[in-house]
Design a protein around this ligand. Sequence first.
Ligand SMILES: [Zn+2]
Length: 252
Amino acid sequence: MVQRDELLAYLAEILNVRAFADYAPNGLQVEGRADIKKIVTGVTACQALVDAAAERKADALLVHHGYFWKGEDACIVGMKKQRLGALLAADINLLAYHLPLDAHPELGNNTQLAKLLGLQQEGVFGSETGIPIGQYGRLTQILSAEAFGKLLTRKLDRKPLHIAGASGDIHTVAWCTGAAQSYLEQAAALGVDAFVTGEISEQTVHVARELGLHFFSAGHHATERGGVQALGTHLAAHFGLAVEFVDIDNPV
Ligand SMILES: [Zn+2]
C-alpha cells in the first residue's frame, strides 16, 4: 500500500512533470481515497474504463489521456457529469500523465514503441512543447516497406494505413506516438526512410508523397498502450501494488 500523496510526489519526480507545458493537467485530476493498493491503468479515461476500474474496486485509475483539456467547455454537464460522477461515487483517484508519459526515456510511449518494433533510438526531435517527444533511429534489420507494414500489423494488432515513399527498403525511421502527423516535415528533414505515428489527416497524404518518405498511420490508441503499461509495471514493483491494464478497444 502507498499513500496517494507519496505516489503523486514519486510520479511527479520520475516523469519530470514540471518541465512540460501541456494541454491538460498532469498528476491528480480527480481526488479519491487516501490509501492506494490497487491501480487500474488504461489509455483514455472514457466511461468504459472508469466503469472497469470501479468494477475491479481500484483505488486509482492511471491514464495517458485524462480530462480538462485546454479549450474544452469547463461545465460539468452531460458526459462529463457521468464520468466524474462515477469516479467520485467509487472514491477512485484519477491520475493522468500526457506529454511526460510520451517523452519519458525508459517508460514513455515512444521508447516502448521502439522496443516493440525493434528500433534502435539515435536521437529525439519534435519540440513544439519545449521537450522533444519524437524519436528517430534505425531498424536492426533492413525491411521492405511491405515487411515493415506487416511488422506494425503484427506488433500493434492493427493494420496501418501506409502512404508509400520513394525508397524501396526501410532502414532509418522516425516515430512519434499519438496524433503527431504534423511532425511529418520535421521527420523528413532528418532524412529518414519512414515516419510512424498514430493518426493521419487529409493533407498528410500529399505532404508524404511530395517529401518522398513512407508514412505509416499505425493508430493513436495502438501506439500509446505501451507507456501506461510500462509505468504500471514499474509502480507495481516499486510500491508492491496490484496493477491491472484494461484495454478499451479503439480503432483510431
Ligand atoms: Zn495521445
